[in-house]
Design a protein around this ligand. Structure first.
Ligand SMILES: Cc1ncc(COP(=O)(O)O)c(C=O)c1O
Length: 445
């Protein structure tokens, strides 16, 4: 356990958000960074900046983490995205080591040149089989895949209809591809229909890409994938679904919400990441069409102009995928879901609320940033490693702690997480009350 924070918290550390520093004027590009740094440092010094932390020995279910002041804390780890605990699986580590012995450490080239290896070509196909599509193409990260699939296919005269809460890689990819980006209300098929009707009638010749996720990573909620695919077909549009958080750890055989909704092999494009369930950096796009795969390889800049996955990354992902598809994978998914349900129940029983449907993401509501930041300051000493989420990852006033559950968490670790979360929020609420009490205000003035 870390030591309790001794520093007092200036009001400035509880106010403002990263939004305040996003757009700044003036010619001095370096100077513009200063105001953010000054605000961040106020937060850092008083322990309300729980970002940029490092694990001492990797992201295990309980571990030691150093914050960016260098202060060490130990506790149960609900801050890592290793949902089936495969990053510490002995067979996965052995596969990565063997790949280094066989093929060295570097792919040394783009997938459009000679960056592919015999194993990465095999992984393409295994992945395509897993999601029941004909083709898959690998990217260096999930972010690169999300950005790249959109930027690769959409041109400036085309339109993008995108869920308002879609991940940054999708939003940034959309903005880079065209000015015609139309957000629809989160999960709302009717709103998307209204918007696509207007777009199509005014632009009969434009391409339209509809963008959503299989499981939303901050809210743990799920779209009606079939309804979005039907909408896309009706209007001559294409649907892409980002399955970064559900593929491998949810749904029948680990096929995520696409599988759970009976849509395997029926979605136009699937885009995913290996960084949550498959133990490695990396991402992919799956399609039924070889022409799309080849087009993306040469027109998706985050694939064409970026180095291919290294042999160790490919071997890690391939072994993780093999486990995901095995009996052992099923057992791990069941363990994960039982941990998820237990954590949700304990959070609820302790009087706290969370967002969304059961998934490895249990996002505990705090709402006000001040309460959330004071809670974040208490958690290391209470032995809980959890990520504070605030703007820009979620809207202002909707801060939360995103607890990410692993199959490898024990019942004791789940209980400890719920208890520490409650204790942290209670302490923070008391501190907030004190701050607005007449005694505190008199002392402060
Ligand atoms: C929904 C979603 N898509 C894509 C990504 C990017 O994945 P990666 O970490 O592999 O770059 C993330 C990761 O945060 C995500 O949450």
């Amino acid at each position: 356990m870390g030591t309790s924070e001794e520093f007092s918290v200036p009001q400035r550390a509880l106010e403002g958000s990263m939004r305040d520093f996003r757009v700044q004027k003036g010619p001095d590009l370096i100077g513009r960074c200063e105001a953010f740094y000054e605000w961040q440092d106020v937060r850092r010094q008083c322990g309300t900046w729980p970002f940029s932390r490092s694990t001492e020995k990797g992201p295990s279910a309980s571990c030691a983490v150093r914050d960016d002041r260098g202060i060490l804390a130990e506790g149960v780890n609900f801050a890592s995205q290793d949902y089936l605990s495969l990053s510490s699986h002995p067979a996965v580590a052995a596969a990565a080591k063997a790949a280094i012995d066989d093929m060295g450490v570097h792919s040394a080239g783009s997938p459009a040149l000679v960056g592919n290896t015999s194993t990465s070509i095999g992984l393409d196909q295994q992945l395509a089989d897993f999601v029941q599509m004909r083709e898959a193409i690998l990217y260096p990260t999930g972010w690169a895949a999300g950005f790249g699939v959109i930027k690769g296919l959409v041109r400036d005269h085309d339109y993008i209809l995108i869920d308002a809460l879609a991940h940054a890689c999708l939003q940034v990819g959309a903005a880079a591809a065209t000015r015609n980006v139309v957000p629809f209300r989160h999960l709302n098929v009717d709103d998307a229909r209204k918007k696509i009707t207007a777009i199509r009638s005014a632009n009969p010749d434009a391409g339209i890409l509809i963008v959503t996720e299989g499981l939303f990573s901050m809210d743990s909620d799920v779209p009606d994938i079939s309804a979005f695919q039907t909408l896309a077909r009706q209007y001559g549009a294409l649907l892409v679904v980002d399955v970064a958080h559900d593929l491998g750890n949810l749904g029948p055989g680990g096929t995520g919400h696409i599988g759970a909704q009976g849509m395997l092999g029926q979605v136009d494009l699937i885009m995913g990441s290996f960084s949550k369930t498959f133990g490695s950096n990396g991402g992919f796009v799956a399609t039924d069409n070889r022409a799309v795969k080849e087009y993306l390889r040469f027109y998706s800049p985050s694939c064409t102009f970026s180095n291919a996955l290294s042999p160790a990354q490919v071997a890690t992902i391939a072994k993780a995928l093999e486990i995901v598809r095995s009996e052992e994978g099923q057992v791990l998914r069941e363990k994960l879901m039982s941990n998820v349900l237990s954590l949700r129940e304990q959070i609820r029983n302790r009087g706290m609320e969370f967002y969304g449907d059961p998934s490895a993401i249990v996002a505990v509501k705090t709402g006000a940033e001040a309460l959330a930041r004071l809670t974040a300051r208490e958690l290391p000493a209470l032995g809980l490693l959890a990520n504070l989420v605030e703007f820009p990852a979620v809207a202002k006033g909707q801060a939360r702690f995103r607890l990410q559950v692993m199959a490898g968490h024990t019942a004791d670790e789940i209980e400890a997480a719920a208890a520490s979360m409650e204790a942290g929020m209670k302490l923070a609420a008391l501190q907030l009350e004190e701050r607005v009490s007449p005694v505190f205000l008199a002392k402060a003035s």
